[in-house]
Ligand binder design. Structure first.
Ligand code: 5U1
Length: 689
């Protein structure tokens, strides 16, 4: 190692590396436009570290190598805030939000007031002080007057610039929220449990714990992020006119600002923003618990003034709580369509996420052990959007002494067959198939469902009665049900019974994809069913392929197993095995034959000929188009193209209609060309001879 002074080349190289690394951090956290991979970033950082070790004189306080500095301390020094860090008043419903807007409009004597609407992050508020562009101090909110000095920990956040860009004022304090995104939280908890350490209940607690680490090296390992949203004390800076302009200025200084922030013109616009954000909430990469509305015009804020605790010019309109505490009364086991036996929590009813929840899924025994759930525990229940409620965590220190251990049952709770356990003993399965009333019930419900045979008017209760009366033991039996039977069982009127019989008759004319989905083959969802139908075109072709592939089940090499099924787009070895096993079972073969005898029929699907103008091209169809999905697929296959269910890097085009959702987002992410209806017709036209 050289202890001498750095030469010009080393100095220039260190400066270039520092710039590259800082630019990469800025691109990633502020512009949300990563320029280099994590591995490249790490390699550059190591180069800079090596240079700085060789020539310590090259080290600067704002070098990206200096994020983790100093040693562990025993306490955080108090920081007196130069301006109080106020909190926000809350609105818990629309009326309270409208009342806030009324007060603001009356206070300002204006007909409508524009606001900046910003997602309310569920993290920890911090105050960051920059002097002459350098980050010099970071503090928690504390009681609003006095916080704690957590500078060393905050320096480890790569989203926090150590030096501001673009001519910053001589002294400025910015305020924002430190939070942990979901992906990092999941990774952290997985690492914690792999090490046998305590997992965190939610990202907020994990973020709080990370910021309060006495050793900044520990904070540095926690995936924290920052968004800034307000100004504290400033010297030498003339305020812009609006919050929107202030946020733009923050961005120019290189500070990270939430891209979901938006200016709304008044309450109606504000409510639309709230609804839109709430709908996106489950898919966002971080937790939010509402929307903050701030009067956009900064001069108008002065007119309105502040109360001791919170400003008059802002409000947090909270989302309904998605988490609540309750008690786990018992665990019951439910048998699903494929025989999987899943534990379900019976809870003291609790209002959460806008609904009363008294049952929640516990997934499997592995999950129960990982979360350390016992009967009698106080648990945190989560319900987000349409997602099934789940027990997220246990409040361990409230566990009663007689809390009960949960174990899988030995026998199926529905048919008492001895259960089969997976090798790791965490999943139990009832082996009785349709002989188990619970599996039969679930299988029939699936068969009649909207995306399968779509038989209207046949619901859970009726199916249960038909099973109880011994009238149906498999899907084909449904077509033998008569109006007289229905009128007797359900005590329904003649007209209603006739409607159901008509629905059954109508459902007999179906599609191959719907049938394959409706059969309930494990791992064959709607997309796979569709892909299988497109690929084979006829049921007999699929059956023949399964027959041939069954001969390869014991092949030594993985790649020699199930070649015909694996030739289908999106079908991997596991799904191939499931499909081959299903069609090789004589009982299942007979079941399909009986459906055909009962009159269930479907047209053949045009199979990609492979030699049309679109041959070799893979299409995905999504959204509402002027023609039915089947018709669009037929156009594609007629031109030699292939229709697959899901968007991947191998997809050539996404044909997207109105209200396209996640597939469109994925295509855009993967740079898959997206065709609207007009562009699709143009492509077909251009391809036709
Ligand atoms: N997005 C956002 N969150 N949040 C929290 N803005 C915002 N403003 C706050 C708080 C406590 O306080 C204002 C009074 C600056």
């Amino acid at each position: 190692m050289s202890a001498g002074a750095p030469d010009d080349a080393a100095t220039a190289r260190a400066a270039a590396l520092r710039r590259q690394l800082t630019d990469a951090e800025h691109a990633y956290y502020v512009l949300d436009d990563p320029q280099i991979s994590d591995a490249e970033y790490d390699a550059l950082l190591r180069q800079l570290q090596a240079l700085e070790t060789e020539f310590p004189a090259l080290q600067t306080p704002d070098s990206p190598t200096q994020r983790v500095g100093g040693s562990a301390s025993s306490a955080f020094a108090p920081v007196q805030h130069r301006l109080p860090m106020r909190s926000l008043n809350n609105a818990f419903d629309e009326a309270e939000f409208l009342a806030f807007d009324r007060r603001v409009r009356e206070g300002l004597d204006r007909a409508a007031v524009p606001y900046m609407a910003e997602p309310k992050l569920d993290g920890l508020a911090v105050n960051l002080r920059y002097e002459h562009g350098q980050f010099v101090q970071g503090a928690t909110r504390g009681d609003g007057q006095t916080g704690e000095d957590i500078t060393a920990n905050l320096r480890t956040l790569r989203s926090l610039p150590l030096r501001l860009r673009d001519a910053p004022p001589s002294m400025i304090e910015v305020r924002g929220e430190v939070f942990m995104p979901h992906a990092g939280f999941a990774r952290l908890n997985a690492e914690q449990s792999a090490r046998g350490e305590k997992t965190f209940v939610n990202p907020r607690n994990a973020a709080a714990g990370a910021l309060r680490q006495l050793d900044p090296r520990l904070t540095a390992r926690r995936p924290l992020q920052l968004y800034v949203y307000a100004l504290g004390a400033v010297d030498g800076y003339a305020l812009p006119a609006t919050q929107q302009a202030l946020l733009d200025q923050f961005r120019r200084w290189g500070l990270p600002v939430n891209p979901l922030n938006a200016r709304v013109e008044g309450v109606d616009d504000g409510l639309a923003y709230y609804q839109k954000l709430m709908a996106q909430r489950a898919e966002l990469p971080f937790d939010i618990d509402g929307v903050v509305y701030k009067v956009d015009d900064l001069a108008a804020r002065d007119e309105l003034g502040e109360l001791a605790r919170a400003p008059r010019w802002a409000i947090a309109f909270k989302f309904p709580a998605e988490e609540a505490q309750t008690k786990l009364l018992d665990v019951e086991f439910q048998v699903g369509r494929t025989g999987a036996i899943t534990p379900v929590a019976r809870l003291v009813p609790v209002f959460v996420g806008g609904a009363t929840v008294s049952n929640a899924t516990l997934h499997n025994l592995d999950e129960i052990r990982r979360k350390d759930i016992h009967i009698g525990d106080t648990v945190i229940v989560r319900r987000a959007g349409d997602v099934i409620p789940e027990v997220k965590a246990v409040v361990v220190d409230q566990r009663p002494p007689d809390a009960g251990v949960i174990d899988l049952p030995q026998h199926c709770p529905a048919c008492h067959a001895e259960v089969e356990r997976s090798d790791d003993a965490v999943v139990a399965r009832c082996p009785a198939g349709l002989g188990c009333p619970a599996q039969l019930h679930a299988a029939l419900l699936h068969f009649v469902s909207r995306r399968a045979l779509d038989i209207e008017g046949i619901g859970e209760k009726l199916i249960q009665q038909l099973i109880d009366e011994g009238l149906v033991a498999e899907p084909a039996d449904l077509f033998a049900v008569t109006a007289e039977t229905l009128m007797r069982l359900e005590r329904m009127g003649e007209k209603s019974a006739a409607n159901r019989i008509t629905a059954l008759a109508k459902a007999k004319h179906t599609t191959l994809a719907r049938l394959l989905y409706g059969l309930g083959i494990r791992d064959v969802g709607e997309r796979t069913a569709d892909t299988l139908a497109q690929h084979f075109g006829r049921l007999e072709a699929l059956q023949r392929a399964c027959e041939a592939d069954a001969q390869t089940a014991d092949a030594e090499k993985d790649k020699d197993r199930y070649p015909q099924l694996r030739a289908v787009a999106d079908v991997g070895p596991e799904v191939a095995r499931r499909v081959v096993d299903w069609f090789s079972d004589p009982h299942k073969q007979a079941m399909v034959a009986r459906l055909q005898t009962a009159g269930v029929h479907w047209p053949d699907v045009a199979v990609a000929s492979g030699d049309g103008p679109l041959s070799g091209q893979r299409f995905v169809i999504t959204g509402t188009l002027p023609e039915s999905r089947d018709a669009v697929a037929a156009r594609i296959t007629a031109a030699g193209g292939q229709v697959v269910g899901s968007v991947s890097a191998k997809t050539d085009y996404l044909v997207a209609g109105e209200a396209a959702g996640s597939k469109l987002a994925k295509a855009e992410k993967l740079d898959v060309p997206v065709l609207d209806w007009a562009a699709f017709l143009k492509l077909l036209d251009a391809s036709s001879p």
